[in-house]
Design a protein around this ligand. Structure first.
Ligand code: B12
Length: 226
């Protein structure tokens, strides 16, 4: 559908390119997704627009197809790989010049959860906003969050979870921080498709970011208040 260039000289507009990236994720088309991402950047799309309008929406549709058994695990894996590839293309555009850091964030996807595309995007956008980011990766047990808070002394701990079965791990991390006497030393922000603002409040997190842009805004607010 969005493969058809619309204006006279055959060039696709920025909006059409953003939709075309989304559709190529849904159609599991590696080559087209990369091609359209490069073209969208050339057409002036920001990495943030590509993340929110193309990757997030494309993954949303893939997720629905998976729920409706139109797609299976193999398709989820391919969509995940495409998401990672696009993120790699965006990385240099998000990395700002080396500047003085405004704060430090330890971030990770919680234990049992392998979804790391969203977390990687948040980490990249935090770096672009001049935070120093310590990325613990995915499937991170509470002890590793505690160790990292001890050794890195961050301002903020960020956690990601995409599965309803793993979101409980966020509470475990907060409890582990409390037990280690570290809870008051850091702000805690959570995010990921499984969690909500209410859940953040329930488990005693300080904030919730529905997307990377919102997450970065909250983190910036926190460090500016220090
Ligand atoms: C790709 C994908 C996979 C890939 C992941 C690859 C990877 N390296 O990440 C693979 C194939 C590994 C996978 C596996 C599974 N998956 Co999966 N997966 C997805 C899919 C399609 C997209 C996820 C994604 O990358 N989204 C794009 C990113 C950009 O969005 P995001 O992660 O939400 O992040 C944004 C925000 O949430 C926020 N954010 C995220 N983290 C954080 C953190 C902080 C601090 C902040 C502030 C913000 C923030 O900012 C990000 C950018 O804006 C989703 C569907 C969906 N709609 O989410 C299902 C989905 C999450 N998976 C699902 C399932 C069931 C599974 C499996 C159990 C399938 C199975 N039967 O084995 C396994 C579990 C494996 C495991 N132990 O983790 C379900 C979860 C249902 C549930 N509620 O529990 C979903 C919702 C699909 C569905 N509709 O059924 N999956």
């Amino acid at each position: 559908m969005s493969d058809i260039p619309s204006n006279e000289d055959g060039e696709m507009s920025k909006e059409e390119l953003l939709n075309a990236i989304r559709d190529s994720i849904v159609n599991l088309d590696f080559d087209k997704s990369k091609e359209y991402t490069l073209k969208a950047l050339e057409a002036g799309a920001t990495p943030q627009e590509i993340i929110l309008k193309s990757i997030a929406q494309g993954m949303e549709i893939v997720g629905k197809k998976f729920e409706e058994s139109e797609y299976f695990l193999s398709e989820l894996i391919v969509a995940g790989e495409i998401g990672k590839e696009i993120t790699k293309i965006l990385e240099p555009y998000l990395k700002g010049a080396e500047m003085k850091k405004i704060g430090k964030v330890v971030i990770g996807t919680v234990r049992g959860d392998l979804h790391d595309i969203g977390k990687n995007i948040v980490a990249m956008m935090l770096e672009a906003a001049e935070f120093k980011v310590i990325d613990l990766g995915a499937d991170v047990p509470p002890e590793r969050f505690v160790e990292a808070v001890k050794s890195e002394n961050p301002d903020i701990v960020g956690m990601s979870a995409l599965l309803t079965v793993t979101m409980v791990e966020m509470k475990n991390v907060i409890e582990a921080l409390k037990e280690a006497g570290l809870r008051d030393k850091v702000k805690v922000i959570i995010g990921g498709a499984a969690v909500t603002e209410d859940y953040a409040k329930n488990i005693g997190a300080d904030g919730y970011g529905a997307n990377a842009v919102e997450g970065v805004r909250i983190c910036k607010q926190w460090v500016s208040q220090k």
